[in-house]
Write a new protein. Structure first.
Length: 154
């Protein structure tokens, strides 16, 4: 992690910590207090043990501060993927990369996108013969079929 990424993470975590502490103390922001109550108070979030999805794990108290009374984390097999769980109605909201969303949309999945993640955190590992992506031309690369990882490598 470079210094700029570390600074952004510290800034995000300090803001999230202050907001989370306010939520734990029962303090509401002026904007939240002025809004009408939520139409639904239950939300199901995809639960995957992946570092990139860390923001979802601190969302519990923040969502409760916004009026959600039931925040549920739903574990789904990683092979099925968060997009499949979303399309099948097992979860209400997920985080995933843009390529995975586009693959789901192309297959007709009934999902709505707000934005993507993984804009630059993919890392490709190779042996000593691979120094650049061009070195992979004509080679076989291991990636799950029809996955965003396959799309990124392609």
């Amino acid at each position: 992690m470079d210094n700029h990424q570390g600074w952004r993470l510290r800034k995000f975590l300090s803001g999230a910590t202050l907001t989370g502490t306010a939520a734990l103390l029962g303090l509401k922001s002026k904007s939240a207090a002025a809004e009408p109550p939520l139409e639904t108070t239950r939300i199901r979030i995809h639960d995957a043990p992946i570092t990139c999805f860390a923001p979802a794990f601190i969302a519990d108290e923040l969502l409760k501060a916004e009026g959600f009374t039931e925040v549920e984390y739903v574990k789904t097999p990683l092979a099925e993927g968060p997009n499949q769980a979303l399309a099948e109605g097992q979860v209400d909201i997920i985080q995933n990369d843009t390529a995975a969303h586009l693959i789901s949309l192309d297959s007709g999945a009934p999902i709505v996108l707000l934005g993507g993640i993984h804009t630059g955190c993919w890392e490709l590992f190779g042996n000593g013969n691979v120094r650049t992506l061009r070195d992979l031309k004509g080679k076989t690369v291991a990636a799950p079929e029809k996955s965003s990882r396959q799309a990124f490598v392609a």
